[in-house]
Design a protein around this ligand. Structure first.
Ligand code: AMP
Length: 192
């Protein structure tokens, strides 16, 4: 079974449309036969992702650092919960499990995870599709910054094919299946 790793917000205090997009994404991925891996949290979009996946009969695996479990931030009903020691271990394990990565709206944690996986793809140590789910333009400024990084020669134009941007949850599966193939030799573009 193929695994989609999802990065998303832990905040509860965000627009309803972000929760609806998360619900739809979970249902679409389950219907397409994917299992989901994520950070294992119970709040915000993380909690919504878990609930919607389980309700639609899908499998969802959480990977969470022990200190978060001690704070009881983990979801209790997941198909599987993997405990790790550090945030770095969590991110490495999620990336290793992933056949594709999707970023839903989120705060600094989600943005950091997204920038890290793009960085790893640039370095050829992660080669799978990365889909940015830009619900209601949430990521517009971040995408503009990435464009600026290219126009200022911090990255090459070729690097922009490392990720795809979609504006609706029902476009994610197609984005994953049609993503440009990337491989470790593409790290040659990393040298500017
Ligand atoms: P953020 O986008 O800042 O809400 O952070 C979401 C990401 O940060 C998650 O994918 C986790 O890596 C981590 N994180 C932050 N807060 C929590 C939480 N309450 N429970 C689980 N993970 C969290």
């Amino acid at each position: 079974m193929k695994t989609v790793c999802i990065y998303c917000a832990s905040s509860e205090l965000i627009r309803k449309s972000f929760f609806l997009a998360t619900d739809e994404l979970a249902k679409n991925l389950v219907a397409a036969g994917y299992q989901i891996a994520y950070g294992g949290g119970s709040r915000g979009l993380m909690g919504q992702l878990a609930e919607s996946t389980l309700q639609s009969g899908g499998k969802i695996i959480g990977v969470i650092p022990r200190f978060m479990c001690e704070e009881e931030w983990n979801h209790n009903g997941l198909s599987e919960l993997i405990l790790v020691d550090t945030m770095h271990e969590r991110k490495a394990m999620l990336a290793q499990m992933a056949d594709a990565v999707v970023a839903l709206p989120g705060g600094c944690g989600t943005m950091e995870e997204l920038m890290e996986i793009i960085t790893w793809k640039k370095l050829g140590i992660f080669t799978k599709p990365i889909v940015i789910l830009n619900i209601e333009g949430y990521f517009d400024e971040l995408l503009l910054m990435l464009k600026k990084a290219v126009s200022e020669n911090f990255m090459r134009p070729e690097h922009q094919s490392m990720w795809q941007v979609v504006d609706r949850s029902d476009k994610v599966v197609e984005a994953i299946t049609t993503a440009l193939q990337w491989n470790s030799a593409d790290r040659r573009w990393a040298v500017m």
